[in-house]
Design a binder for this molecule. Sequence first.
Ligand SMILES: [Zn+2]
Length: 314
Amino acid sequence: MKGSGSTGALRIGEAADQVCLFPREVQGGIEQRLYRAARRLQKAPLTWLAASRLTEVVRSGDAVVLLTGAGAPPELPAGETDGPLGIAVLGRALQLGLGARPVVISEERNLGPIRAALEVTRAACSLLPIPCGREDPGYRLLEELRPTALISVEKLGPNPKGVIHDTRGRDVSASHASVRGLFDSARDRGVLTVAVGDRGNEVGFGLLGGPHVRPRLRPGRCRCPCRGSIACDIRADVLVVSSISNWGAYGVVTCLQTLTDRRLLHTPEDEAAMLEAAVNAGARDGVTHTATFTVDGADLTVQQAVVTLLGNIQ
Ligand SMILES: [Zn+2]
């Protein structure tokens, strides 16, 4: 693999960030604005930052917890197609590249599609359900698993008032797991936290909640009685913003390849097989709510094009 060494990896991270930020709207959407804020704050290509911190921290045999979960019945009875694929590709890369033991956590209804995507990658990950609502097993889980890194990809999280919102501004707290305890526990234990998101209502965007971010960057207001912002206030050590969260995870894997000098990214054919497997296991498009081979309203060919472009960065 070309471009080894930290300068090469930085350059690859810059390219990977750009591919992952492929604009879904001509004008550029909220993702572009959130990216610019996250980039200003973190001062390096985001995918590279995540990959290099993971490479520094995760040792062979270490447990790494991967977290996803967005969407609930009736529209999304087994979650959405954004998240499970990113988790599967990242889990496999951490296992092959760093020798980690990935443990994937999500609401129970999402485990079928996640397992289906993982089977395509042949990654040996354990899966654990996490309960919905107020019960927060985060501290106990990290005590049991003792991971060196906690990574979320498209995991909805609460705003400062403790309300979890979907992108339409609805209160979905009762149907999603409370994950604040996981991240509080990770911070207390010095566990590296990495978060990948696209709209601002996912875990990790608390990093942008400080004085560095102008108010207009805050994602829209909710439609529930809390009258807050939909922006999640849980912070992560590294926040990766991409147009679709799966792509951000693939971008991190692209940088991990360079840092470990191993082929870790999946193929466009794997992307098709994962998406088909996840949809057949019940996952639906998170934007259109249809059981189609699409992610956030974008066709499979677009997903494959992003994988192709990332695979050609050198
Ligand atoms: Zn609200």
